[in-house]
Design a protein around this ligand. Structure first.
Ligand code: PLP
Length: 425
């Protein structure tokens, strides 16, 4: 098909040209004396993205699933008990992986569309007077349902219960896109991957371990070989890896961190919030519902859109892909067919999203959903123009071109910046 494929699955996300160029290079000797300098900058800058000064980041060739395994296997022993709420396909898969490692998981069933049940967690931890529970597993952003949980509140639950369990957080579709604070929330193991907010191809599993988590390495008896953090701690101290690292991915990660830090993390979060708000305005205009049950759960990186009775979300995805070259995310696990997902994470702007929304509208109409073409696009466009940052004056003219426009209804502050409408008010 001519033109670009519109990639709007919630990972992998679009890889910016800057990152592609940074990765387009000859192979090099990963044992040379020149090699360590670059990885050392990665460890330094990853800490900024995890928002930690005391945690230690690790980069494995692999994916988020590998980082899940590394987090658990290095800090727990077979037979150890953890609690884990299950509210989507990814929390489900992490639970299954933990069970395969021999960990006893007390699963807290939660309706899909809701997030971490903070009060239940606090009650269970408070009742566990013997401190048998060794860990609490939370998926920060459940990519399958478009639900973001309050990790800070889970930390408060642990504190209120005065419980020493480690806090494990899956930040695969939140870290580098949605506010994440490892030190402030005292997260012990934070897990992520390369192909979402980091805007890289799939291929790296990353995690960050607190000093408390690292102190468990010796006593943790789960079998581990490739994912042994002890080997990594020793090699990484000098900028090397205990195996042949994925050097081109590391160069890509270097550029990804440059891009994220140039934009500024707070601006990255605000951009995702604003883009997500526009998508949600479109979904409201279509008269459709999100899987997320309440605004407090709304995800700024992915929206899962419930299908009306009699419509299979897989048909929308199929038509969008084959007819309009638009890739949308499928319903996973028990949500298969019941919804489809639009990813709005990574290297994205308003017009890219408006294109995706218009493709989704056409595909939905094609399969028989009675929406008015343009309705969602118009709602999102109105949100984007009314919340756009004010333009500085054009060189040689005293006024911003915005001053020529009639006042816009919405005026607000986005990410601490004044919006166009706010400036005129
Ligand atoms: N956790 C979440 C929240 C995810 O969205 C995903 C993948 O989409 C994973 C874990 C698994 O990561 P990977 O597919 O990189 O192994």
């Amino acid at each position: 098909m001519p033109g670009r494929n519109f990639l709007f699955v919630p990972g992998p996300t679009n890889v910016p040209d800057r990152i592609l160029r940074a990765m387009h290079r000859a192979m090099e000797d990963h044992r040379s004396s020149a090699f360590p300098e670059m990885p050392m900058t990665l460890f330094r800058d990853l800490k900024k993205v995890f928002k930690t000064s005391t945690g230690q980041p690790f980069i494995f060739p692999g994916s988020g699933t590998g980082a899940w395994e590394a987090a658990l296997a290095n800090t727990l022993s077979p037979g150890d008990r953890v609690i884990a709420p299950r509210y989507g396909q990814f929390s489900h898969l992490w639970i299954e992986l933990a069970k395969r490692l021999g960990i006893r998981v007390d699963v807290l069933e939660v309706e899909w569309g809701e997030g971490a049940p903070v009060e239940r967690i606090e009650e269970i931890l408070t009742a566990d007077k013997q401190h048998e529970i060794k860990g609490v597993l939370i998926v920060h952003n459940e990519t399958a349902t478009g639900v973001t949980s309050d990790v800070g509140a889970v930390r408060r639950a642990l504190d209120n219960a005065k419980h020493p369990a480690l806090l494990y957080v899956d930040g695969v579709s939140s870290i580098a896109s949605i506010d994440f604070r490892m030190d402030e929330w005292r997260v012990d193991l934070a897990v992520t991957g390369s192909q979402k907010g980091f805007m890289l191809p799939a291929g790296l599993g990353m995690l960050c371990a607190s000093q408390l988590a690292l102190s468990k390495l010796d006593q943790a008896k789960c079998a581990r070989a490739f994912f042994d953090l002890g080997d990594m701690v020793r090699s990484n101290a000098t900028g090397y890896f205990p195996y042949t690292p994925a050097v081109l991915m590391l160069h890509g990660l270097r550029e990804s961190l440059n891009i994220l830090l140039e934009e500024g993390l707070e601006n990255v979060y605000a951009r995702h919030q604003r883009l997500g708000d526009g998508v949600r305005a479109a979904i409201r205009a279509w008269g459709l519902k999100l899987c997320a049950k309440a605004p407090k759960w709304y995800s700024n990186t992915v929206s899962a859109i419930m299908m009306p009775e009699g419509i299979n979300g897989a048909d929308v995805i199929d038509v969008a892909f084959r007819r309009y070259d638009l890739a949308l995310g499928a319903g996973l696990g028990r949500m298969a067919g019941k919804l489809y997902r639009i990813g709005h994470m990574g290297d994205l702007n308003e017009l890219m999203l408006l294109g995706a929304l218009s493709g989704a509208e056409m595909a939905m109409r094609d399969v028989g959903i009675p929406i008015t073409l343009g309705s969602g696009v118009a709602a999102a466009a109105e949100h984007y123009r009314s919340t756009a940052a004010p333009l500085p004056p054009r060189p040689g003219t005293p006024q911003s071109p915005d001053a020529q426009q009639p006042a816009s209804p919405a005026g607000a502050s986005v990410g601490g910046k004044q919006t166009r409408a706010a400036v005129k008010a």
